[in-house]
Design a protein around this ligand. Structure first.
Ligand code: HEC
Length: 247
């Protein structure tokens, strides 16, 4: 065998040994050249990248969706001026009982989330336009069971088919949102009829039925403190200490 040829083989083996011994971890792929070529950064649609799992958050990009531009020809879920916060997936999980009662299929369930939802506060302010829209939705989707004033005496209840309790609307507003979203007992889920914003608007209307103070739309641009000066603090709905603009 030609001596040159033996040298080449020896050099090849030496190089292989040198490169393969660079990384100690046997599970490692070793050095990667141009890793972006085969390991592209994952961007998932409709994920809140501000919330890096529940224990960590990046407030500067919170409530911004990863999917900025929908594919051509798709229909916007909430219109061009929608607040993306309301398009985020609902953070509360259905309980296991929902599999049987409402066929709610989910990758995860939580039997504690209904109780926990009592702490959720309605992010919509009680502006008259919100309440008015909530009233229209209530008349369309809820009245026939719950009745005009929410006493559980709608036309379906009168026939004795499904009778909602007369105190259904005394629940915490977060729990109302949960039950409207997933359904409860004989009441089906209304998540496909009402988007999240509309569910809160219905709840605003329900609150106004039991004396919640409705704020005139003309006050939308005022700071919260000034609005409280004008309407007083008698509202049954907790008003959030932010400016009201945009709601
Ligand atoms: C088919 C009749 C029916 C319709 C339509 C209906 N509900 Fe109900 N609702 C019920 C019944 C029955 C219950 C009692 C459920 C239970 O506790 O088992 C109930 C309970 C509730 C509760 C109390 C939930 C809780 O956590 O205890 C709220 C709030 C509520 N409904 C709101 C609404 C709103 C808002 C709408 C319209 C978007 C609506 N419902 C439409 C029948 C209905």
């Amino acid at each position: 065998m030609n001596i040159n040829y033996i040298h080449k083989i020896a050099a090849g083996i030496a190089l292989t040994v040198v490169f393969s011994s660079c990384v100690k971890n046997e599970n490692s792929f070793g050095y990667e050249y141009m890793p972006d070529m085969y390991r592209s950064p994952a961007q998932e649609a409709y994920v809140d990248y501000g919330e890096v799992r529940s224990w960590k958050s990046n407030d500067s990009i919170k409530n911004t969706q990863s999917a900025k531009l929908p594919p051509m020809g798709t229909i916007p879920f909430q219109g061009a001026n929608a607040d993306p916060a309301y398009s985020m997936p609902y953070k509360r999980l259905p309980s296991k009982a929902m599999i049987v009662t409402h066929s709610a299929m989910s990758l995860e369930y939580s039997d504690e989330d209904y109780d926990a939802s009592a702490l959720d506060v309605n992010p919509m302010r009680m502006f008259e336009s919100n309440v008015e829209h909530g009233k229209q939705l209530y008349t369309t989707f809820c009245d026939h069971c719950h009745g005009e004033k929410g006493a559980g005496d709608g036309i379906i209840a009168e026939k004795g088919l499904i009778v909602p309790p007369s105190n259904a609307f005394t629940k915490a507003e977060g729990q109302m949102f949960y039950s409207i979203t997933y359904g409860k007992g004989d009441m089906g889920s209304h998540a496909s009829q009402l988007n999240q914003k509309e569910r809160w608007q219905v709840i605003s209307y329900i609150k106004s039925m039991s004396g919640g103070v409705v704020i005139p739309d003309a006050l939308k641009t005022l700071e919260m403190e000034k609005v409280t000066d004008i309407i007083g603090t008698g509202s049954t709905v907790e008003l959030l200490p932010e400016t009201l603009a945009g709601h």
